[in-house]
Write a new protein. Structure first.
Length: 323
């Protein structure tokens, strides 16, 4: 089978499209024919070595597809079932072997497999951010960075579901328009306006209750300046690079602020929690209450280009790879 393999850490050029042995499911596992794999920033961290993974390895964590075989003792799924996942290494491939506890059932009459692949990691991320890390309440105000990105568009929609006022940031007018379409009340084009000054204007100087930030280094200091008293900074990514060490006394000076750095694994720690989040996201999609924007679809062989486009901020919504 074909797969995208990393033999050494580096830029997109290290992604090889190669023949590898088709895996076989062991006890408690299922072999899945991949219909689509999601492209995420965490993949670029694994590729570059920012998140250490020992080469060689097949890249990717997220996808959806059809079960074609199961290992010993597996009763949860059977051949012919469609499933999706967000945390199965080796997903940039034609086939993947997955522990069945990581698989979520997909009703493909309601949610197409490619859409399910696009929704799993980013959809559950938006879910835990808005429902658990800082559970938004009606009347609160949230600042969402990169509001036209894959997570951003879903975050905006879920924040509005919970009754919040949403201020987004985006790099272009086109991206600002997409964030507005998703429900953002205001969108700051950060290449034209200072997001700190504009956010303070929009909140009458009070600041926001929470900042959801997947950007990291470039926005962190400004985030602390736009939070209100005892505000909450949720740093869930670092697309601009990791945040340098910070003197925690600054949180006191700026108003008794809270900062957290969660990941999806912390909020899908049990099978029950994984199913709650995934089934919520997929059911909202099936009911047309949540829109997933697939910004671009690439053949699996063009994974390197997908990474270039993602890291070059040339994309909106979700990127997927199709074997």
């Amino acid at each position: 089978m074909k797969a995208v393999v990393v033999k050494k850490h580096g830029g997109p050029e290290v992604l090889g499209y190669e023949d590898v042995p088709e895996p076989e499911p062991k006890a408690g596992e299922a072999l899945v024919r991949v219909a689509a794999a999601g492209v995420n920033y965490i993949d670029t961290y694994h590729r570059s070595g920012l998140y250490p993974t020992e080469p060689p390895f097949t890249l990717g964590l997220e996808g959806a597809g059809e079960v074609v075989a199961v290992g010993e003792g597996v009763e949860e799924v059977k051949p012919g079932d469609y499933v999706a996942w967000a945390s199965v290494p080796g997903s940039y491939a034609e086939y993947v072997v997955a522990p069945v506890e990581e698989l979520v059932p997909v009703n493909v009459t309601l949610v197409e497999a490619r859409v399910a692949a696009a929704a799993m990691l980013q959809g559950m991320t938006a879910h835990y951010l808005t429902h658990s890390t800082f559970p938004l309440e009606e009347g609160q105000t949230a600042l969402v960075h990169a509001a036209a990105g894959g997570v951003g568009l879903l975050l905006v929609q879920m924040a509005k579901m919970r009754g919040a006022r949403v201020i987004g940031t985006a790099g272009t007018e086109e991206k600002a328009h997409l964030a507005k379409e998703a429900g953002a009340d205001e969108v700051i084009v950060y290449t034209r306006e200072d997001f700190v000054e504009r956010t303070k204007e929009l909140t009458g100087g009070e600041g926001v209750h929470v900042v959801y930030d997947g950007v990291g280094k470039a926005t962190f200091d400004g985030d602390l300046d736009v939070l209100r008293l005892r505000g909450y900074l949720v740093l869930f990514g670092q697309s601009s690079g990791p945040v340098p060490p910070v003197d925690l006394q600054v949180l006191n000076r700026k108003g008794g602020l809270f900062v957290t750095r969660p990941s999806l694994a912390h909020y899908t720690a049990t099978r029950e929690e994984l199913l709650w989040r995934a089934e919520s996201v997929l059911s909202w999609i099936g009911q047309n209450n949540l829109q997933v924007r697939i910004g671009a679809t690439y053949p699996l062989a063009e994974a390197a280009q997908a990474h270039r486009d993602l890291e070059g901020r040339r994309t909106t919504g979700k990127l997927i790879l199709v074997p």
